[in-house]
Design a protein around this ligand. Sequence first.
Ligand code: PA5
Length: 431
Amino acid sequence: MSQYVSDVELNSILPEILDAKKTLLKGDGKGNDFLGWINLPEELDTKIIENIKADVSRLAPKSKYFVVIGIGGSYLGARAVIEALQSEFATCMPSQFPTVIYAGHTLSEDYYHQLLQLLDKSDYSVAVISKSGTTTEPAVAFRIIKAHIESKYGRDEARSRIIAITDANRGALHDIAVQEQYSMYVIPDNVGGRFSVLTPVGLLPIAMAGYDIDALLEGARQMRRLCMENENYESNPALFYAAIRNILYRKGKKVEMLVNFLPNLKYISEWWKQLYGESEGKEGKGILPHSLSFTTDLHSMGQYVQQGERLMFETVMSVENPGSHVAIPSDDRNLDGINYLVSKSLTEINHNAELGTVIAHCNGGVPVLHVQLPKIDENVLGQLIYFFEFACGVSGYTLGVNPFDQPGVEAYKKNMFILLGKPGYEGKELV
Ligand code: PA5
């Protein structure tokens, strides 16, 4: 990175970065009614954690699948953590916890047809998650799944298998949940969807999949302390990341690629893309967040990254010790010529692929930044989530936008409602 960003540049942007941090913590900037996520790891009511654990004990033994219905911030955080922690082959493996599967994030008819075929044959429970309680995709999915679960188990048992996570007072989902007397969790008013993974939105599905939400929150608390207390790059990685992004953006690096070398981090990238895309992409500004899984994508996008337009930089999530070991067998005949790798672990080979890639990309005009992770567990993921969230707030304020709204998401919804003839949209113009 140092060949692309100098100490002089880092020092000269520091006052802006510290101002952005101050604005965030004082709560006097744009979008300041959505800052509840800053203190969540410290302030989340322990009663909520107890209730989540009780719901897991109640539903896990009788559910092969746990269907999480939600879109955007109402499902990406949970999916990111679960997929980072679980086996790549979780859906094919027996487990004492339900396999979490997803709905409400697509309008594909094939998807729902196939989902219902699976649910016909298996026991399941449901979390329906929507802050507004009015988003079309999860509402449609819940309508379909509610009818299915009621006809499968009868209305009373179905009710006990459904959990609603939504606003405390408003929205259609809130009203349904109250009338049907579903078990309910509240998404705090001051926490926006993409910052809600450390509320029941993320915590319930993560706990249902069998993961340790106390450790996740502890990791977030540790990172929160670093982010809140430190005003220098060395001890506050969020400030460093926010500074580098803004320096590179001002120098024409308009695309950031979040790169992993472990495919189970793919949904961390999906969550991150929403976090940064919705927070910064507005007013004609913002780095375009993109993601790649290496080495897989080196064989599809590697050419472009190495020699295409020089408009991007790369942030590599680098995992020191993924934890597993698979031996590469020796072969006397060595017909494939890879006996030279036998004494090395796959992790060592992957690390060398990473090092080779980073050197090549750096030399090819792509600045590379590292997010160093010792391993993948709940604590580390809690740290990572809080790091990206805090850096996003600081980076967005440094860019000069409101990082906590998403007015642009409404345009497609309005057009879809006009096209579908939703009552109240008659005669309105497409935007
Ligand atoms: O970050 C956001 O606010 C959005 O991505 C929302 O999470 C997404 O649009 C879903 O909204 P809701 O939870 O209201 O259904």
